[in-house]
Design a binder for this molecule. Sequence first.
Ligand SMILES: Cc1cc2nc3c(=O)[nH]c(=O)nc-3n(C[C@H](O)[C@H](O)[C@H](O)COP(=O)(O)O)c2cc1C
Length: 184
Amino acid sequence: MSDITTLAGLLGLARERITAGLGDRDAAARLPVLATRDAQGWPSARTMVLRGFDARDWTLDIHSDADAAKVLQLTDGPRAAIHVWDAEASLQIRMRAHVVRLPHDEEKGLWEEVPEPARAQYGAVPPPGTPIAAADAWHPNPRPARFAVLRARVLRVELLHVGEIHRRARYEREEGWQGSWLVP
Ligand SMILES: Cc1cc2nc3c(=O)[nH]c(=O)nc-3n(C[C@H](O)[C@H](O)[C@H](O)COP(=O)(O)O)c2cc1C
């Protein structure tokens, strides 16, 4: 277990807990919340499945239907926030990230690894968010062209550990993740 009384230890705990989200279905980081901004500037947050995490480089991968609003919003501007509340670790993880799609050939390669039943999530007709006359008035048409792999390059991590005393710290990529304490 990480030593949360040090800046490096607290960041280490966040790394551990996000990594847990990859392998453990019950880990909080399996379902981070991704927030973007819509065309009117409104924040737009939604739950996503964590598909990849590079703990050394602080990048997270998520998958989406390429025609979903979030992908279009991120194409307009890559700024996003990602949020995890890990109750087991008493840790709130807030991240600021640039999120971009992987090159098409890489997406195509990863598509091959998506299990057949899961492919139905990529290619809804009409596209996600389209108003329809009845809840089932759409059908899946899975295809690689509608499979988007979004890679979030984390620029800032802000942690709040809730305990006997609360500990809050902020870490910046530009500063080599050394971190500094903040008033909770
Ligand atoms: C538990 C859960 C997991 C989800 N995982 C994903 C996911 O991995 N990728 C995805 O695109 N949408 C996922 N969704 C659906 C999104 O939350 C969202 O409703 C959908 O992607 C449309 O969002 P958008 O119109 O803002 O793009 C998930 C929803 C829930 C409740």
